[in-house]
Design a protein. Structure first.
Length: 299
């Protein structure tokens, strides 16, 4: 059975998107201040999308099989979905089709030798990691390993890779490591939810979500929100146990020859304190094993 290949997933996604949108935001006139439902009514979404109320009700009951791209586009406009949400809605429609029940090849858990050489050739100045869609830490260069050593140190099931979501929700050190833990937690869940829409038959993802749901109320709450996110570029703010606070810009690059894997680089402006901290971390990593990090602090 799939992780999200169900009517309930479609129903909950459409319902939560409808509930967050007010009539005013949708350009409608609120006829009453004591509306019985949060956000828009089904009839209002149907009008905005140009479909019948009966047809929209069928969609919100979870039946997206055979829905045309034009209807999906109309729904996305009516519900004011962002790019990640539009993509997720398309994934849900794709997985509703009978052909989708053929399982995809599992997301890779390792990189090809050529990719590892590329990581190593990026040298000591740039931390680089490779993640899969489950947020497993698949590969690193030396500086990337040092930067995310706390993630690698998190206890995990036998045979499992280090995982950013498991670290964030199940390791107490994460609340010190992430300067804005709440944002890191929300982003991690949104990325997992996005991946679940792409590949609802990923058994390892199902197991990870089950583990986190069982052990973390914070995870369960965020998972129930059905938020999704595309991970492309931004800034990570973290407090490293060796060099202290770091504010690093990241870029996410898909690896077309290795579907499901992304290469992520972390940089800082030349001459900034963050660049100095990365140099210090590189110096430390050259003489210490990343897994042996102590709670030293930069003075």
């Amino acid at each position: 059975m799939g992780l999200v290949n169900s009517r309930d997933e479609v129903k909950d996604f459409l319902r939560t998107r409808r509930a967050r949108l007010t009539p005013e935001q949708a350009g409608l006139t609120a006829f009453s201040s004591n509306r019985r439902v949060p956000g828009l009514k089904r009839s209002e979404v149907a009008d905005l999308a140009g479909v019948s109320v009966e047809y929209y009700a069928q969609l919100e009951r979870g039946n997206l099989a055979g829905v045309s791209d034009s209807v999906l586009d109309a729904l996305a406009r009516a519900l004011q979905l962002d790019e990640a949400e539009r993509t997720h809605l398309g994934d849900l429609a794709r997985t509703a089709a009978p052909a989708s029940r053929v399982r995809r090849k599992s997301t890779a858990g390792q990189v090809r030798p050529g990719i590892q050489r590329l990581l190593d050739l990026m040298g000591e100045a740039v931390p680089v990691i490779v993640n899969n869609g489950r947020l497993d830490l698949v590969a690193t260069n030396t500086l990337g390993a040092a930067l995310f050593a706390p993630v690698d140190a998190t206890p995990r099931p036998a045979g499992a890779l280090a995982n950013h979501a498991r670290f964030t929700f199940l390791d107490d050190r994460a609340r010190d490591f992430w300067i804005d833990w709440g944002r890191a937690a929300t982003d991690a869940v949104a990325q997992l939810r996005t991946e679940a829409g792409r590949d609802p038959f990923d058994r390892q993802l199902t197991d990870l979500v089950g583990e986190l749901s069982t052990r973390s109320l914070e995870f369960r709450t965020r998972w129930a929100a059905h938020d999704v996110r595309l991970h492309r570029t931004g800034r990570k703010r973290l407090r490293h146990p060796v060099v202290g606070d770091l504010h690093l810009d990241y870029e996410v690059l898909d690896l077309p020859a290795d579907p499901g894997l992304t290469l992520i680089t972390f940089t800082s402006p030349a001459g900034s304190p963050d660049q100095d901290a990365l140099r210090l971390l590189a110096s430390w990593a050259a003489t210490h094993h990343a897994g042996a990090i102590t709670h030293e602090r930069r003075a």
